[in-house]
Design a protein around this ligand. Structure first.
Ligand code: ADP
Ligand code: MG
Length: 388
């Protein structure tokens, strides 16, 4: 987005010369349903991002406008307002968490503009939280480390919005680096940047355009099944506190004592953690074919063992794998709809897009939406005239 035009639009609604902060959406390349099992994930930040223009006020009021939704709302920092089940909860939530962390905010005018598709599983919510948090923080001249910023945004989503998400979305939104995926240990929050060179290979995200209602209840069921698995496995391995603590070999030895369904759920998580570790190795060795193969196996595990895929995701993945130049394809995100993520040789990117579009339409009657992005930089202030 053109910086000058953001400021111009800001001034249609609010006075002053705003500062502008951005935060990206993300896609998870591999490591699905491992975050709440204290395991490993490998997301990358996208060029799709939320921008928030901000100017301070002195009356402890926050006026916030979403350009995307063409809607404004005002809330006061003095009244302990509760969530309204409204998009502004994300901004009000980070405002509350900043105040609880000791930052006394003066009030602010905020204009939100986001290119992150909403509700597609690319984390428009984390982008909005993180960009809002940076914008509000600027009104007190406050500073937080990037990791603390991510934790604060996650806390806003957990405690204010009431969505029990893990740390991955906010973490990659702050720590993303151009041309790198981020390998994150969801237990320790230790992380490494892993090179993903976009001149060789492209990440193509395909939205199935379906979202089955099952998603929320099944997500909660999976979490419970994993906990149950850990409890049962403790009789074999007393020291474990999460599935993350077991290697695939250790798990294989004890799998027989678990009820069949719980066993499959746990097997997905244990093997998926292993696939993330192997993916990091493959990327470091520039072995993209191997990485693609691990993505394929991740999908199979999510489909057969964890059972969070759906017909449309499976069709999209099967079609993608038949297209020349596709090194790997899998569902990404919670499942039951949403997007697939595909690793495609750079030379085949255009042909891949038209092939998947027409094949998916033919199979399902649905029109896929396609997003292309190199791994992008995490949240920062957008400075006029400065290309970063
Ligand atoms: P995802 O994070 O996968 O896109 P979520 O349901 O977690 O999906 O978050 C989407 C919600 O975030 C929207 O329903 C809306 O409340 C809020 N949101 C995201 N982007 C914007 C925006 N540009 N303007 C207003 N609200 C937004
Ligand atoms: Mg979200």
């Amino acid at each position: 987005m053109e910086m000058k035009s953001v400021i111009k639009r800001f001034n249609r609604y609010f006075p002053g010369t705003p500062r502008v902060f951005m935060a990206p959406g993300r896609v998870n390349l591999i490591g699905e349903h491992t975050d709440y099992n204290e395991g490993f994930v490998l997301p990358m930040a996208l060029e799709y991002r939320a921008e928030v223009a901000v100017s301070p006020r002195a009356d402890r009021r926050v006026r916030v406008r979403s350009q995307n939704l063409d809607e404004s709302i005002t809330f006061s920092l003095n009244e302990n307002e509760r969530k309204r089940n409204h998009w502004s909860d994300y901004t009000a939530g980070v405002a509350r968490m900043l105040e609880l962390s000791g930052f006394r905010l003066p009030g602010a005018d905020l204009l939100i503009e986001s290119m992150v598709p909403v509700g597609a599983g690319l984390s428009s919510s984390a982008a909005l939280e993180v960009a809002s948090a940076l914008a509000l923080l600027s009104t007190v001249g406050g500073e937080l480390s990037l990791t603390d910023l991510a934790l604060l945004a996650q806390r806003a989503e957990n405690e204010f919005v009431g969505m029990n998400c893990g740390i991955m979305d906010q973490f990659i939104s702050v720590h993303g680096e151009r041309d790198h995926a981020l390998f994150l240990d969801c237990r320790s929050l230790e992380y490494q940047q892993v090179p993903l060179r976009s001149d060789q290979v492209s990440v193509i995200i395909c939205n199935t355009r379906v979202k089955h209602k099952l998603g929320v209840s099944e997500y909660n069921t999976r979490r419970k099944e994993c906990e149950e698995g850990v409890d049962l496995l403790k009789s074999y391995y007393p020291d474990i506190t999460a599935l993350r603590d077991l290697s695939p070999e250790e798990f294989a030895q004890s799998e027989g004592m678990l009820p069949e369904v719980i066993g499959r759920r746990c097997r997905h998580v244990v093997t998926e953690d292993q696939r993330v570790l192997e993916s990091v190795r493959a990327l470091r060795e520039d072995d993209l074919a191997r990485f693609g193969d691990l993505m394929n196996r991740s999908h199979e595990s999510l489909r057969d063992d964890y059972e969070v895929s759906c017909r449309e995701l499976d069709i999209m993945v099967d079609l993608a794998r038949k297209i020349p130049g596709c090194l790997g394809a899998r569902m990404t995100g919670g499942g039951f709809g949403g997007c697939t993520v595909n690793l495609v040789e750079a030379a085949s990117v255009d042909a891949f897009q038209s092939a998947i579009r027409s094949a998916y339409r033919e199979e399902t009657g649905l029109t896929a939406e396609i997003y292309l992005s190199a791994p992008a930089r995490g949240a920062h202030e957008v400075i006029p005239g400065l290309k970063l």
